[in-house]
Design a protein around this ligand. Structure first.
Ligand code: FAD
Ligand code: FES
Ligand code: FES
Length: 501
C-alpha cells in the first residue's frame, strides 16, 4: 500500500512526479503547461476535438513487465486520473544524445509541418500507433489521425512521413520506458480496500480539499458501491470525455468525484456462449474489437465515434449514462437487445436498455446506483444486424441520425424485428410503429410510403442544429430500405448483389 493523500503520483520519463495541492478538476494539460512548463502539448479547443494536446498515458501491462500506452486528450483528462500511471509527452521523445524520434525526423524530411501548432499532437498520435503497429497501412495511419486537425500542411506529407518513419523498425520506434516499469510498480495503487476499526470500508481520497470535497479512485467494486451509498450525489468519472467538457466549458466543479478507471472488476469483459458482460470501465476501443466479427456494422459505428484518443478512454457505460439524444452506441445496443446490470450497495438489478431512459437526459438510476456492466447478446444463427451513422463528416462528427436494425428471416418474412434510432427523439429509442410495418413482411414488400406514414405517426417533427427534420425523416426511412434491399436471401446471397449481377 503506497497511496499518499493529496498527492497525485505518476511517472514521467523515468522519474516519479508528485503533484501536490492541485484542484481535483485540474486538467492534465494545464498541469503540464503551467506547473511543469512542458508547453509542447498545445491547447486548441479544450474539448477533445482538435488533437493538439494528445499525450500517451501508460499503465503496467497485465504481466507487470512492460507499459501499455493509449493516446489521450490531455485537455479533458483530470490530473488525479494519472495517479499510478505513466505519461509521455512530446518532450519525452527527444533522446539522451539529442536525436529525434523517427516520427519527428520523418516529419521534418517529408515537410509534414508548417505552423507547427498541430505537430506535437500528431507526433504523439503516430508514435502511439507505431508502438502496437510498427508497419501500419495508409488506412491505419489516417484512422489514427482522425482526431488530429491540421489547418495548414495537408495530410499527404504527414501520412508519407509515417510510412517513412515505419521503416525505422519496431526497436527504434519504441518509447524509452526502461526505467518506468519499476517506478510504476512502486506507485501502484492498493488493490484491496482499507477498513476502519468497525470493519467498514474507508475509501482513501487522492485529493481532498479543506472543505471536504474530494477525488477518490477506488480499486474495488465494493469501495465504489459503499462510497456511492454514502455520497449519492457524487459524480462518477469514467473516460472523462463528457465530464472533461463540463469542467472546461461549463466550469463544473463536482464536490465528490469517483474515478472508476482503477476498478479491476469494471475493466473486464466476461464472455459466455450467448454473449458478453462488458464492465462499465471497458473502453470503446475494446468494445470495437470485441464486436468486429459478429457485428461489423456496430464496429464501424464505433470506429467513427469521436477519434482514437476519445475511444481509448470513453466507455459504453458513460455513453449510456450520459443519455445524449444523439448518443451513438445506444441504437445499436437497443437493436441487439442489450440489458444493463445496475448496482446499488449490494443490490443488483437488470434493466433492459429500452427501459432505461425516462426523459431527456433522465433515467431510472436511483440515488447511489450505477451501471456495473452491459450484457450484450452474441449473434445467433440466422440473425441479421445492420447499422449506419449519418453525419456531415465521415470521421469525428456527431450523428444527424444513427439507425440500427436487427431481425431474422422466417420463411422469407421478417421476424423478431428490433429497430432503433438516435437523433429523432429526446433520447435514443426503439421505433415500435416502424417495427410493426416490417414484422411479418418480406423485405421487398416494405414500401417507402408505409415507412413514411409510421415515421410521421411516431415522431415530433423538429428541426435541429445538425439536420432539418425533413432530412432526418428521409434518411430514417432510406436507411431501413437500404438495409432491407441488402437483406440476405434464403441462399445467403444479397438481393442487391443479385440485381447488380
Ligand atoms: C471530441 C468528442 C467526440 C465525441 N464523439 C462522440 C460520438 O461520435 N458519438 C457519441 O455518442 N458521443 C460522442 N462523444 C461524447 C462522449 O465521448 C461519449 O458520451 C462517451 O461515451 C462518454 O463516456 P465517458 O466514459 O468518457 O464518460 P464520462 O465523461 O466519464 O461520464 C459521462 C456521464 O456518465 C456518467 N457515468 C459514467 N460511468 C457511469 C457508470 N458506470 N454508471 C452511471 N453513470 C456513469 C458520469 O457521471 C457522467 O454523467 C464525443 C465527445 C467528445 C469530447
Ligand atoms: S486542445 Fe483540442 S483536443 Fe485538446
Ligand atoms: S502545421 Fe499548422 S495546423 Fe498543422
Amino acid at each position: 500500500m503506497t497511496q499518499v493523500t493529496n498527492t497525485v503520483r505518476f511517472v514521467l520519463d523515468g522519474k516519479i512526479v508528485e503533484a501536490q495541492g492541485e484542484r481535483r478538476t485540474t486538467t492534465v494539460l494545464d498541469y503540464l503547461r503551467e506547473q511543469l512548463q512542458r508547453t509542447g502539448s498545445k491547447e486548441g479547443c479544450a474539448e477533445g476535438d482538435c488533437g493538439a494536446c494528445v499525450v500517451l498515458v501508460g499503465e503496467l501491462n497485465a504481466a507487470g513487465t512492460g507499459v501499455d500506452y493509449v493516446p489521450s486528450n490531455a485537455c479533458i483528462q483530470l490530473l488525479p486520473t494519472l495517479d499510478g500511471k505513466s505519461l509521455k509527452t512530446i518532450e519525452s521523445l527527444k533522446r539522451a544524445d539529442g536525436t529525434l524520434h523517427p516520427v519527428q525526423e520523418a516529419l521534418v524530411s517529408c515537410h509534414g509541418s508548417q505552423c507547427g501548432f498541430c505537430t506535437p499532437g500528431i507526433v504523439m498520435s503516430l508514435t502511439g500507433l507505431l508502438q502496437t503497429v510498427p508497419t501500419p497501412t495508409r488506412d491505419q495511419i489516417t484512422n489514427s489521425l482522425s482526431g488530429n486537425l491540421c489547418r495548414c500542411t495537408g495530410y499527404k506529407p504527414i501520412v508519407d512521413a509515417t510510412l517513412v518513419a515505419s521503416q525505422a523498425g519496431a526497436e527504434q520506434l519504441k518509447l524509452d520506458d526502461g526505467a518506468d516499469v519499476a517506478l510504476l510498480q512502486q506507485i501502484r495503487r492498493a488493490r484491496s480496500p482499507s477498513y476502519n476499526l468497525e470493519g467498514e470500508i474507508v475509501v482513501q481520497p487522492v485529493v481532498r480539499t479543506r472543505k471536504g470535497n474530494e477525488f477518490v479512485s477506488p480499486a474495488t467494486l465494493a469501495e465504489v458501491a459503499q462510497y456511492m451509498l454514502q455520497h449519492p450525489q457524487a459524480t462518477l468519472l469514467a473516460g472523462s470525455t463528457e465530464i472533461g467538457l463540463q469542467v472546461n466549458k461549463q466550469f463544473s466543479r463536482p464536490e465528490h468525484i469517483v474515478y472508476l478507471g482503477n476498478v479491476a472488476e469494471l475493466r473486464r469483459v466476461q464472455e459466455s456462449a450467448s454473449g458478453w458482460r462488458i464492465g462499465a470501465q471497458v473502453s470503446l476501443s475494446q468494445v470495437e474489437r470485441l464486436v468486429t466479427r459478429d457485428y461489423p456494422d456496430f464496429a464501424e459505428v464505433l470506429r467513427r465515434f469521436g477519434s482514437p484518443p476519445i475511444r481509448s478512454t470513453a466507455t459504453l457505460a458513460g455513453n449510456i449514462a450520459n443519455g445524449s439524444p444523439i448518443g451513438d452506441s445506444m441504437p445499436c445496443l437497443m437493436a441487439l437487445g442489450a440489458t444493463l446490470v445496475l448496482r446499488r450497495g449490494e443490490q443488483l438489478r437488470s434493466v433492459a436498455l429500452d427501459d432505461f431512459y425516462t426523459g431527456q437526459k433522465a433515467n431510472v438510476l436511483q440515488g447511489g446506483e450505477f451501471i456495473e456492466a452491459i450484457d450484450l447478446p452474441k449473434l445467433t444463427p440466422g440473425g441479421v444486424f445492420r447499422a449506419h451513422k449519418l453525419s456531415k463528416r465521415f470521421d469525428q462528427d456527431i450523428s444527424a441520425t444513427c439507425c440500427a436494425l436487427s431481425y431474422r428471416l422466417q420463411g422469407g418474412k421478417l421476424a423478431q424485428v428490433k429497430l432503433a434510432y438516435n437523433g429523432l427523439t429526446p433520447f435514443p429509442s426503439r421505433a415500435p410503429l416502424l417495427e410493426a410495418v416490417l414484422q411479418g413482411r418480406e423485405p421487398a414488400e416494405v414500401s417507402a410510403q408505409q415507412l413514411d406514414a409510421a415515421i410521421a405517426a411516431s415522431f415530433t417533427a423538429r428541426d435541429g442544429l445538425r439536420a432539418s427534420w425533413r432530412y432526418r425523416a428521409l434518411v430514417a426511412r432510406n436507411l431501413v430500405l437500404q438495409f432491407l434491399e441488402e437483406a440476405p436471401t434464403a441462399s445467403g446471397v444479397d438481393i442487391a448483389k443479385e440485381v447488380l449481377a
